[in-house]
Design a protein around this ligand. Structure first.
Ligand code: FAD
Length: 501
């Protein structure tokens, strides 16, 4: 057996400890993992809303869901409730699940579009179990042996971002990951090929490695510093570059099993209910609003009592042209950032970690593996980028300079093509896997008032009364099933997932 690859991770935020946990779990004996982090620098401390894919990651690590939820004071999340995006006063939920039931291989939304042309007044939301459950503040796990409707949804978590990394640290250290406290102040490189050979800490200590993983957050110490990897800037499409974060006390009443995103004059604000408090923040563009004005706006908008003063975070939209350069792989904020409108950042880190494990190199890195990794990261980032831009473009809002700008900005060709396909035929570009499959695009298109010119002609098939009855049956079944679900907080408690605050 060859010697293990010496892996050095810089950074102990969510990305760093996710990476350490996965390497320790999936590559024991293959990777010898060390993580360096600086308590003095700390972690970004936001990142509370997630996507359902995180469940698979935690399951593969063997982490018990209820234990994780107790440790992070987590709640369940069935989707995102978008308010005032398409038009002020309107709202829709982007659910983690399907609409209705596909009939004869034709997407349900085509039948809904047809029925609407024939006078149906019901919103498409009435045919989504996760949306109706979210609106009723209820939650239940889909039954393992349920029918299509009963299993038509997934769930994610809303958790305290400062508590996940410590939990994963315990997991990693129990599996042999060695943590070193200290600030990295120097990087030594091989004079011939430019690879990083060792890191120098403030204390003078040196840490050598074969593969270095940059999880140093926005600082991007290795990938942006030593390796000087080019940055692809996307701020022309995603102009928000600041967030004023403000946690508040929970309000009495039901805990919502969804994240709220409410459009504001120069961006939008999040509302993420946890067990013990609510996370809030105003994501805005500094070209349209000052930091002070954003802090005032979020203080004025929140419902509960603030727990601290607003904290402004600065960022820019984009990604490294290459996330893996030489023997440095960047994961998390060091690799790129797309604003949190669809809670995608932790997922992008997860995707990168799992891809790295698939392509894990020997001491000598194969350039083909590096290229494959970079291609996957590019593809995933590009797709998320287009989906986010859609939320800003598909609007009739003209009440501020910000909304006038994003409504009329030029779109990337890749998104323009998707929009044309939808507008003409109600079709969604198909991909087999990854983020934002058909129901997600349908949610935003329809939720923000973008109707296609026609439905799929195959949906003309059942007669009007047959279709009307099928739709009635689906919405009635969904109502009955939601009525039978427990209240969200009761579901968390029954799962043994309620923390002690
Ligand atoms: P960080 O948490 O910043 O960790 C960086 C680590 O590097 C720290 O341990 C630090 O000490 C260490 N470090 C840095 N420099 C050095 C050095 N010189 N020496 C030693 N150590 C060093 N994501 C979601 O999925 N959902 C959300 O809802 C969401 N909301 C967000 C809202 C905002 C406003 C922002 C800015 C981000 C949000 N994110 C969200 C992103 C999410 O916070 C991050 O993806 C996640 O926390 C991972 O961060 P990280 O580990 O890459 O960086």
């Amino acid at each position: 057996m060859t010697d293990p690859v010496r892996v050095v991770i810089v950074g102990g935020g969510t990305a760093g400890w996710m990476t350490a946990s996965a390497l320790a779990r999936f590559l024991p004996g293959v990777a010898d993992v060390r993580l360096i982090e600086s308590e003095e620098i700390g972690i970004v401390g936001v990142g509370e809303a997630t996507l359902p894919h995180l469940r698979a990651f935690l399951q593969r690590l063997g982490i018990d869901e209820a234990e994780m939820m107790r440790a992070t004071n987590a709640t369940f999340k069935l989707g995102i409730d978008f308010r005032d995006f398409g038009k002020i006063g309107e709202r829709y939920v982007h659910p983690f699940g399907a609409y209705g039931v596909d009939l004869a291989g034709v997407g349900f939304h085509h039948y809904w579009l047809r029925a609407r042309e024939e006078g149906l007044r019901h919103s498409i939301e009435d045919y989504s179990l996760p949306i109706m459950a979210a609106r009723a503040n209820r939650f239940a796990f889909p039954p393992a042996d349920g029918d299509f409707l009963a299993t038509s949804y997934g769930w994610a978590y809303q958790f305290d971002a400062t508590r996940l990394a410590p939990m994963l640290r315990g997991y990693s250290e129990a599996r042999g990951v060695v943590r070193t406290e200290g600030r990295v102040t120097g990087v030594e490189r091989n004079g011939e090929n430019g690879d990083v050979t060792q890191l120098v800490l403030e204390s003078g200590k040196r840490v050598a490695g074969d593969l270095f993983i940059d999880c140093s957050g926005f600082r991007a110490l290795l990938i942006g510093g030593a390796m000087d990897a080019a940055w692809e800037d996307w701020s022309r499409w995603l102009p928000c570059d600041r967030a004023a974060a403000l946690p508040t006390q929970s309000m009495p009443g039901a805990i919502e099993p969804y994240t709220r995103a409410t459009a504001m004059g120069a961006g939008w604000r999040w509302h993420i209910p946890l067990q013990h408090r609510v996370g809030n923040g105003y994501v805005f563009s500094s070209s349209f609003l000052s930091e002070d004005a954003a802090c005032d706006a979020i203080l004025g908008a929140v419902e509960g009592t603030p727990l601290v003063d607003p904290r402004v975070l600065r960022f820019r939209a984009g990604r490294r042209r290459e996330s893996w350069v030489g023997n440095v792989v960047s994961i998390g904020l060091a690799s790129g950032f797309l604003e949190p409108l669809e809670s995608t950042s932790i997922h992008l880190a997860q995707m990168a970690v799992m891809r790295l494990i698939e392509l894990f190199p020997e001491r000598q890195i194969d350039p083909a593996d590096r290229a494959a990794f970079n291609a996957t990261v590019d593809y995933e980032y590009d797709r998320v980028r287009d989906f986010l831009i859609l939320h800003y473009h598909a609007t009739t809002r003209d009440d501020s300079d910000f909304w006038n700008h994003v409504r009329t900005m030029e779109l990337p060709d890749s998104l323009a093509g998707k929009l044309e396909l939808w507008r003409e035929s109600g079709r969604i570009e198909q991909y087999g896997e990854g983020l934002f499959l058909e129901p997600s695009w349908i949610a935003v298109y329809l939720g923000q008032g973008m109707m296609p010119a026609r439905h799929d002609p195959r949906a003309d098939n059942p007669s009007t009364p047959v279709l009307a009855k099928a739709l009635d049956d689906i919405s009635r079944t969904i109502r009955e099933r939601v009525d039978a679900m427990p209240d969200h907080e009761a579901a968390i408690r029954a799962h043994g997932a309620w923390g002690t605050a």
